[in-house]
Design a protein around this ligand. Structure first.
Ligand SMILES: [Zn+2]
Length: 239
């Protein structure tokens, strides 16, 4: 049987979240949005589409935010993450090896979603999203639940010294999550994102163990298939 999505935060009643697989991807659109939206019963809801640039801008979407809607959807330029307290508004990101980090505060009713590749991770995009939740919506770090999606893992994320250096500039503890082999470094992006959130006091963090590069049958992997236009979608909405 085809697996179109991986469920995320499955036991939460007030949110619907998923990470779509390669089965849900197509070369035309980033992924088979209609099939995935239909499965999750999200067709009729407005969506937020960030124009991802591997940066660290996290958009804050409040009730009174004056964003320009395009055909009922919100298109955000130069954005790799979103935080909102709005119900019935679907946050989306797309991925091919890069991580999706999902945030949920069931007490203050706030959700967040970020696209974290190595550049975003080194620029602390997950930390930025969490700080927005804490500062703008009074989220208590101990109430925030986090899910880190399938993504390229330390088994496959081989980099040169310049990438390792970028992490060392941002995090004093970066070398804890880097394994040096010859002149290459194998970095653990999932653990690096987890650690930056733990440093803020967030404890409830789930990491999906799947490596997208090892399992390119199930997931889109830019490293395994360079130039691929296929993407997996991360989706999150409060209902
Ligand atoms: Zn791997």
């Amino acid at each position: 049987m085809k697996q179109l999505i991986k469920p995320v935060f499955q036991n939460e009643k007030n949110i619907i979240c998923a990470f779509s697989t390669k089965e849900g991807a197509s070369d035309k659109s980033p992924y088979e949005q209609e099939a995935v939206f239909q499965m999750l019963q999200m067709n009729h809801l407005p969506k937020v589409y960030p124009k991802q640039v591997h940066g660290n801008h996290v958009a804050l979407i409040k009730k009174d935010s004056s964003f320009h809607m395009n055909q009922g959807n919100l298109i955000l330029p130069d954005t790799d993450g979103m935080v909102t307290n709005q119900k019935q508004l679907v946050l989306t990101t797309v991925h091919a090896d890069c991580l999706a980090v999902f945030f949920y505060d069931p007490i203050q009713h706030v959700i967040g979603l970020v696209h974290a590749g190595w550049r975003g991770s080194a620029q602390k995009i997950a930390e930025k999203a969490a700080i927005l939740m804490i500062n703008e919506f009074q989220s208590n770090p101990s109430d925030i639940k986090v899910f880190i999606s399938p993504g390229i893992s330390s088994c496959c994320f081989e980099t040169g010294v310049e990438v390792f250096d970028a992490f060392q500039k941002s995090f004093s503890w970066a070398s804890d999550y880097a394994e040096k082999k010859g002149d290459k470094y194998f970095l653990d992006l999932k653990k690096i994102n987890e650690r930056q959130l733990m440093e803020l006091g967030i404890k409830d963090i789930t990491i999906d163990p799947d490596c997208t590069c090892c399992h390119s049958d199930l997931y889109c992997s830019y490293r395994k298939e360079p130039g691929t236009t296929k993407r997996m979608g991360a989706l999150m909405v409060m209902v």
